[in-house]
Design a protein around this ligand. Sequence first.
Ligand code: FAD
Ligand code: FES
Length: 373
Amino acid sequence: MIPVDRTRIVVRGHRRDNAHVFKVTLKTSGRQFSVVAGETVLEAAQRAGVALPYSCRAGVCGSCKATLLDGRCEYPRNPPLALNADEQAHHAVLLCQAVPVTDLLLEAREVTSVEDIARRQLGMVVTEKWPLAPDVTGLRLLPARGERRLKRLPGQYVDVLLEDGKRRPFSIANGPQADGMIEMHVRHVAGGGFTSWVSSTLKPGDHLRVEGPLGTFVPREDSERAMIFMAGGTGFAPVKAIVEHFIALGTRRAIQVYWGARVAGDLYLRALAERWAGELPNLAFHAVVSDADGAAGLRTGLVHEAVLADQPDLSGHDLYMSGPPAMIDAAHPRFLAAGLPEERLYYDSFEYAPDVLAQIIAGRAGIHDLPLP
Ligand SMILES: Cc1cc2nc3c(=O)[nH]c(=O)nc-3n(C[C@H](O)[C@H](O)[C@H](O)COP(=O)(O)OP(=O)(O)OC[C@H]3O[C@@H](n4cnc5c(N)ncnc54)[C@H](O)[C@@H]3O)c2cc1C
Ligand code: FES
């Protein structure tokens, strides 16, 4: 990723006046939807029930990358930080930030499996809170009295709605349950308002309001390829939900699970992953720690380097990864260089919430100099 100066992202074209509605056509499926003035392509698609991939919704992770085949758009909110100069020159756009100023023809991936699932808000009550690791808190929540359970797919996330109108995204660490229970693994961020409150003050019986399901990090079942899952820190949460889904399906596809953390104690559900590997002949688990002093006999190094050392040719795999932005940014180009087609790389980057990223970007702070999750 390179920093982009917002003032340079002025796109010339035949701009209609603001009252106009623009039409977006997706080349592969031929589907069309309308975008009203000021709306991003992603917002308009969601309103129209068309599921396009996304994760951070702030222009920094690149999950929503698509190719603009015709038309013009601009970036009045955040600049497209996830696009490098080469991608911009080749007409790549970020759907979570791109606001059309003409009709558009786009080449974009669609995630039809999440399309029928309506997103909504509901009240939930905390039923369990427990320490998973020194800086990670486990939470279980049930729908509050009178609320219906959330329909969702494994791997999706919810926004926790805060009293000041802000939102904080957290992955759901379990698959859908009959009683609507959701599990979360919340890492305490130094200086972070919500995660500090979760670790210090939140208690069973407290109520939280959430909106979901969100995100397109979900199982892809239309494939027979071997799967690699790579998690960093609490990125294990959605990986756990998706792996458990494939286990429950009785898949025979080969599954390699890599989990990276700084020290062994941060691999807070290692026993669970080792149990999967012990019980299933098609599943292998690899724990990797970056700090040799805290390795406790485990493999050391960066987790994506471990994947590449074991699997130098990724052309025959589907790869799911989730965790800190630094891990996602480092792994992404390396995995593509190892032959993994971009459309088979599925990821959630655990960025801060869009409002925080927008403030940081607007303040021109170097977002990657901050203590990202
Ligand atoms: C799709 C998705 C899924 C996620 N899933 C998980 C998960 O399962 N588990 C998990 O642990 N995390 C997850 N995250 C990350 C999680 O959402 C963040 O860690 C969380 O939002 C932090 O909230 P907070 O209120 O504690 O911190 P915030 O208050 O948002 O602050 C974050 C950091 O930014 C700094 N900051 C705040 N405002 C500014 C500013 N204006 N200028 C400069 N610095 C500022 C703060 O000091 C702090 O260091 C996920 C993120 C995404 C996008
Ligand atoms: S860059 Fe658009 S969803 Fe992250």
